[in-house]
Design a protein. Structure first.
Lengths: 338, 292
């Protein structure tokens, strides 16, 4: 219980932003979008691949952000949903020969159902207890995927190889570049969907539950329904990200979806700022590039360097990128006044 | 029947380890209301320290006691340096802190002692215990040490002033402060004791799972399962939970077809979720009461 309240008082998620700040925010996002569109034209294929992963993890972090920042629930088990999405896409593509683009909505729907069902027992839990239950889910997932019963479908320990799609209509693009733009379109669409979702009736219901469950139910909000719904939506988006991830990496295997992935996504959310959707991409950049930087500083100590950097973030900017953005905005405002 | 008794006894032996881990988890949970996700790594690091001491020629029991002391000091140091400043931070920040601690300890241990699997000695030997085929001397030793530890902890908490002060600080911090208890240091003491208890679990399980930086991963999950089963608010419950989880794990592995070794973690998962759904407070925990 206290957990929920703390996240709330410390980080009010989507607050009413003043008009001028809004235009500033819109300007920044347009510049970001332009950069995301233009940069791949000038870089090598490997970097395009990394940017694709940046978007995919960004989506997964965004999904967690809707769950935690929106409805105040909390999950260390996102890797399980990511794995289910990835496997759904891979199995549909390799065993049923479905087109890759069509597998993504299926992955989303399957994960929505899975998340919705998992949300049922999770209803009775909050704070640490929920963290623990989802943590256990993420830990058990790789073992469940290795089960002999599903082996004809999942390929067991070996996993499945996924073919990378070519650019359609004879477009003169490399596979990586096509996949990047494909991912970008989906990411932007889901981002817009999420922003609107949080502003809609359902989104306000999420936030009312997050802020005070009892008051929310007194206002006539079906707390159980909206809490499981938040789990479902979050899992669905994570599933789409998982499907995209499977296509981008061209491979699914149980050991690719361990608890480490769930922890990374969680850290991405904390670093990006809980409840601040644009922070998702910053958080995703943190979890993709910082381990590389850490490895660059010291090969054997990469985990330690990563941990130390994380402690620095926690101590210096506890609200993550959101805090940096707010400070920057205030500074800009002061400059304009003077 | 012999197989059954055998499996139950083996379950009690591993359960002793889970009981220690659960106890360590519950002690920190009582003190600061957070689950220490790095508990297993702290125990692993302590075990490596004891191994290093033995490599330098320190006899087993001397190394055991020295490691307890070092772990105790280490636990206090971690609380003072890293988690005391986070006491008022939101729960998410704390979880991130525990994960950072996890990464740091795991990586440092890997760098100092590398990731190869090492043999770890047992002071009890591994011959059959009292001539019976049911249980080995090391398993009997594991149970014995855990029982001694529990008796010592019981005496500490029930019959010493400082144990009473710790209990007071955990259950009603504000009132405890009013009667002059330094609650901040009680929390640090709780961390130190949790680290020491964890190190005992690590040193006892190391001969079974072998010594390497990732050795405590599975054990920690079972420790969590045990703590949840017994109730996160009850140290006594955590211990009972530990033994129960150990027995259930072994029996399920033996009698449910298709479970075997790979499905042992999902069993812990199923256990955690079932308990949380059916009886969130655990067997012996205080039920969670919310004020409307």
């Amino acid at each position: 219980m206290s957990a929920v309240q703390e996240t709330v008082t410390e980080a009010p998620a989507i607050d009413a932003v003043p008009k001028r700040a809004m235009t500033l925010g819109t300007g920044t996002s347009l510049v970001m979008l332009a950069l995301l569109i233009l940069v791949p034209l000038f870089v090598k294929n490997f970097i395009i691949f990394q940017l694709t992963m940046l978007l995919i993890y960004g989506l997964a972090v965004l999904a967690l952000n809707i769950l935690t920042g929106g409805s105040g629930q909390f999950s260390l088990g996102q890797s399980a949903f990511y794995a289910v999405g990835a496997y759904t896409s891979a199995i549909l593509m390799e065993h049923a020969g479905v087109n890759y683009a069509l597998t993504l909505p299926v992955a989303g729907v399957v994960c929505f159902g899975f998340g919705f069902l998992f949300g049922q027992p999770a209803l009775r839990l909050s704070g640490v207890y929920l963290a623990l239950a989802t943590f256990a889910l993420a830990t058990a997932m790789p073992q469940l995927l290795k089960l002999g019963v599903f082996e004809t479908w999942t390929g067991g320990v070996q996993g499945l190889v996924v073919t990378k799609p070519d650019a359609p209509f004879g477009l003169p693009m490399s596979q990586d570049m096509w996949l990047y733009y494909f991912t970008l379109v989906i990411t932007v669409a889901i981002y817009i969907f999420s922003v609107n979702l949080l502003r809609s009736r359902s989104g306000r219901a999420f936030m009312a539950i997050r802020d005070n469950e009892i008051a929310a139910s007194a206002m006539g909000i079906d707390v159980a329904l909206y809490k499981t719904l938040a789990f479902g939506v979050s899992a669905g988006i994570t599933g789409v990200a998982g499907g995209l991830g499977a296509i981008a990496v061209q491979f699914v295997a149980p050991d690719g979806y361990t608890i480490t992935l769930a922890i990374s996504l969680f850290l991405g959310m904390v670093v990006g700022g809980v409840g601040w959707l644009p922070g998702s991409i910053v958080g995703s950049a943190f979890i993709i590039f910082v381990p590389n930087i850490a490895e660059g500083i010291s090969k054997g100590l990469s985990g330690a360097v990563f941990g130390v950097l994380l402690f620095l973030v926690i101590f210096l900017v506890p609200h993550g990128a959101r805090q940096v953005a707010t400070v920057a905005q205030q500074l800009l405002g002061k400059l304009k006044k003077s | 029947m012999e197989l059954f008794t055998n499996q139950v006894l083996a379950g009690v032996a591993t359960g002793a380890i889970y009981a220690c881990m659960a106890l360590a988890v519950v002690m920190i949970y009582q003190a600061i209301d957070h689950l220490n996700f790095a508990q297993g790594e702290m125990a692993m690091f302590s075990t490596f320290i004891s191994w290093q001491l033995m490599q330098w020629g320190v006899p087993y029991w001397a190394a055991f006691v020295l490691t307890l002391g070092i772990s105790f000091a280490g636990g206090i140091a971690i609380e003072r340096l890293l988690f005391k400043p986070l006491a008022k931070a939101p729960i998410l920040t704390n979880v991130a802190g525990f994960i950072a601690l996890f990464a740091i300890i795991n990586s440092v241990a890997g760098l100092i002692w590398d990731f190869t699997i090492k043999q770890y000695p047992t002071p009890f030997g591994s011959s059959p215990f009292l001539g019976s085929q049911l249980i080995s001397t090391h398993q009997a030793g594991m149970i014995g040490v855990t029982v001694l530890l529990l008796i010592a902890l019981y005496i500490f908490f029930q019959f010493t002033r400082i144990g009473l002060a710790m209990r007071a600080a955990a259950s009603l911090p504000e009132s405890a402060r009013l009667v002059g208890i330094n609650t901040s240091w009680m929390i640090a003491l709780g961390w130190g004791m949790a680290a020491a208890i964890g190190s005992i679990a690590g040193m006892l399980i190391a001969p079974v799972v072998f010594l390497e930086p990732n050795m405590m991963g599975g054990v920690l999950i079972y420790g969590f399962a045990a703590a949840v089963l017994g109730g996160l608010t009850s140290p006594f419950g955590a211990v009972i939970g530990g033994f129960l989880v150990g027995i259930v794990e072994n029996l399920a592995g033996t009698y449910i077809p298709g479970v075997g070794n790979e499905l042992k973690l999902p069993i812990a998962l199923a256990l955690i979720i079932t308990v949380l759904v059916v009886k969130p407070a655990g067997l012996f925990g205080r039920p969670i009461v919310r004020r409307v």
